[in-house]
Design a protein around this ligand. Structure first.
Ligand SMILES: *[C@@H]1O[C@H](CO)[C@@H](O)[C@H](O)[C@H]1NC(C)=O
Length: 332
């Protein structure tokens, strides 16, 4: 057997204390794409294979590929984009999309990165968590933690919800309310947790009524503008998940953008109708996941996948010195 690389030795020596965590700092990028927005139109499935004879070939050197939190020696298959459908890919500065959904979504049956890391013994558990920093002025965009969650990132307890459809991270939502008077999804509905979606989306009829209650002015493509001066008076919007309320204040759900000295306030609620069979559903994107840390646990053969949610700890408070570990045992 070849000698173990130092990192792997470190992981093994931490084993009795709990899961080894791999931390991946997140940087802020403007105008990231939203793959789920394409759900509206039945798109062509991504094509894998060689470019057509007429295509001009350009070689792009890849450096530091599978810049996964310092793990080395991982072998992960990736798909190369030969054709990009929108301008966001031109303007946004990023190298690719790290798919963290379930294997059923993988194009061509490719083993997703999380599975590959577990298969190769580089990660103990198929678990990851996101701690997103929503402050546009902050240098750090937060952290993706592979292998568990950092207790310094959230205020306990974590509320665990079973994944109802293991493709995207889908859960069932019991209710959504806005202030004392408005209720949506009164008999329950499907929701997915998705860091690749910037806002919170829902069926257009519900989002229209919700934004009307917030005084929102329809903008483009399902987005709404909000009068900035009204933010302190806006109601709390609450999501009932697993019997626990997850509340967002207007500070959480209104996105304030300053452009050329002008302050614009955009509603965090976007109308997006996801057609059946996947939809209708709500997408709890970064507006939700900035306020609440989410632990995505693929589970093991004994137990199904689950998602844990807890209020994100305010930045600057606490500090990051706590012993990192995976919370509690699996239920059942
Ligand atoms: C969260 O929202 C629910 C439903 O509106 C409400 O009953 C509860 O008091 C709120 N909790 C907090 C801490 O604001």
């Amino acid at each position: 057997m070849s000698p173990l690389p130092p990192l792997l030795l470190l992981l093994l020596s931490l084993e009795p204390l709990g899961a080894a965590l791999i931390r991946i700092p997140l940087r802020r990028a403007q105008g990231a794409p939203n793959p789920l927005r394409e759900w509206g139109q039945p798109g062509e499935p991504p094509r894998m294979g060689a470019p057509s004879p007429g295509d001009k070939l350009i070689s792009v050197p890849l450096s530091n590929y599978i810049n996964i939190g310092g793990i080395s020696g991982a072998s992960v298959m990736f798909g190369e984009a030969l054709w990009e459908p929108s301008l966001v890919f031109t303007f946004a500065k990023f190298d690719g999309i790290l798919g963290l959904g379930f294997p059923i979504l993988a194009v061509g049956g490719v083993r997703p990165p999380l599975d590959a890391l577990v298969d190769q013994g580089l990660l103990d558990k198929p678990v990851f968590s996101f701690y997103l920093n929503r402050d546009p002025e902050a240098a750090s965009g937060g952290e993706l933690v592979l292998g568990g969650v950092d207790p310094a990132h959230y205020v306990p307890p974590l509320t665990f919800l079973p994944v109802t459809l293991p493709a995207y991270w889908q859960i069932s939502m019991e209710r959504v309310t806005a202030g004392p008077g408005l209720t949506f999804c009164p008999h329950g509905c499907a929701a997915i947790l998705d860091t690749g979606t910037s806002l919170i989306t829902g069926p257009s009829e519900d989002i229209r009524a919700l934004n009307r209650a917030l005084g929102g002015i329809p903008l483009l493509a399902g987005e709404y503008l909000i009068e900035c001066s009204s933010v302190p008076k806006l109601p709390t919007v609450s999501f009932l998940l697993g019997g626990t309320w997850f509340n967002l204040t207007a500070q959480d759900y209104v996105i304030q953008i300053v452009r050329g000295g002008v302050r614009l306030c955009v509603s965090g609620f976007l109308a997006l109708d996801v057609p059946p069979p996947a939809g209708p559903l709500w997408i709890l994107g970064d507006v939700f996941l900035g306020a609440y840390v989410a632990v995505f646990d693929r589970g093991d053969p004994r137990g199904g996948a689950r998602v844990g949610l807890a209020r994100a700890r305010a930045r600057g408070a606490g500090g990051g010195s706590a012993q990192a570990q995976f919370p509690g045992g699996r239920p059942g």
